[in-house]
Design a protein around this ligand. Structure first.
Ligand SMILES: [Mg+2]
Length: 366
């Protein structure tokens, strides 16, 4: 039995400096500033959750997330939790528009549930296909928006460290972007390239950009969110144009919920989907993964600017579901200090979940 009573709930803002600003087409993070939730049961078991707030992407704010989680924390004190998923689904509507807070709540509740049951979190997410679990996998590493020289330096460093998949942020300046992609290709010629435009192109410009890359033999395996969130027509145009090619067209900003995922799959607007706990929570994220897997849609599991706590929670999801083709769980490499340490992630970007401790397995100090 994993029934428990919440004795205490603490909400706090945590922050950490970054190694380098995390720049994308629509803005940047200069530091990690997130909201943590700690729940403690009457038996003294603690569970932790993290809300990664990306105001320039989702419009959510630190004060709003803090207030929402403080409200939830107050409501949870003294509450008996019998069915973790039912409880989270019941509270979800009161966190509408603040999916990061929902993710933190679900993470903390599931962390406790799994600790009480003595199982690692991945066991809560059974395999989505007959391929079973996938306990060992590598994350890509992001080359943030910046100069050609910065792209060169970062690629050389990460390549030496052992990374083999580079996710290059583009969509800010096409001429520089082209040079940056070619620089990564030149420095790490055997690597896989992923491009993430974060909505920075329109369909025609994106296809022209890919043509230029083709001419230099630098074709990406996956192209993420080339056009604005609601430009489904643009996504469809690009997907049709790339049909049969080696490049998947992946929705990120366009798919934040199960209904968005249904639309993306039913219309064939994209050929891959990026799931993030911060967009849809853990339960709905897993539902999206199962829906996509049933429809043979490749999946990326990504993250906002998350510390080791929530990155590790996502790694458990990926390991359990076993249907994640592209892990984009690299933000700990951009964070300085304690919050960057996941016990299941090594310096080369390899996650190894075999033998993981009960729960998420991360004990944040805050
Ligand atoms: Mg993205």
């Amino acid at each position: 039995m994993s029934q428990f009573v919440v004795a205490d709930a603490i909400v706090s803002i945590i922050s950490s400096p970054l190694v380098t600003p995390f720049r994308i087409a629509t803005g940047q993070h200069d530091e990690l500033e997130n909201v943590f939730l700690c729940l403690r049961t009457t038996d003294g078991v603690c569970g932790y959750g993290e809300a990664a707030v990306a105001t320039h992407i989702t419009g959510e704010t630190i004060p709003g997330t803090l207030a929402n989680l403080e409200r939830i924390a107050a409501a949870l004190k003294g509450c008996t939790v019998e069915d973790p998923e039912a409880l989270c689904r019941e509270l979800a509507p009161s966190l509408k528009g603040n999916h990061a807070a929902l993710a933190a709540l679900e993470m903390a509740i599931l962390d406790i549930t799994c600790r009480i049951q003595g199982i690692p979190l991945y066991q809560y997410f059974p395999p989505a296909t007959d391929k079973g679990n996938k306990f060992t996998f590598n994350t890509d590493i992001t080359i943030v928006i910046g100069s050609v020289e910065e792209a060169r330096t970062a690629t050389a460093q990460y390549s030496a460290q052992g990374f083999t998949t580079f996710k290059i942020k583009v969509g800010k300046d096409e001429a520089i972007d082209l040079e940056r992609v070619l620089a990564v290709r030149e420095i790490a010629p055997q690597s896989e390239l992923i491009l993430d435009a974060n909505m920075g192109f329109n369909a025609a410009r994106m296809l022209a950009f890919l043509d230029q890359l083709d001419q230099h033999g630098a074709r990406p395996v996956l192209l993420e969110q080339p056009v604005p969130k609601y430009d489904w027509e643009g996504l469809s145009t690009i997907t049709k144009a790339l049909e049969g090619s080696e490049t998947l067209v992946c929705a990120d900003e366009s798919v934040g919920s199960l209904s968005d995922a249904k639309r993306a799959i039913d219309t064939g607007a994209v050929s891959a989907i990026n799931i993030k706990t911060m967009k849809s929570g853990l339960f709905e994220g897993a539902e999206i993964a199962r829906l996509a897997a049933r429809n043979n849609i490749p999946l990326m599991l990504g993250a906002m600017m998350e510390s080791a706590l929530s990155i590790t929670a996502s790694a458990h999801m990926a390991a359990g579901l076993g249907c994640i083709d592209y892990a984009d769980l690299d933000t700990t490499f951009f964070i300085k200090g304690e919050l960057s340490h996941s016990p299941y992630l090594d310096n080369t970007g390899k996650f190894e979940l075999v033998g993981a401790a009960p729960g998420i397995g991360v004990e944040p100090k805050f």
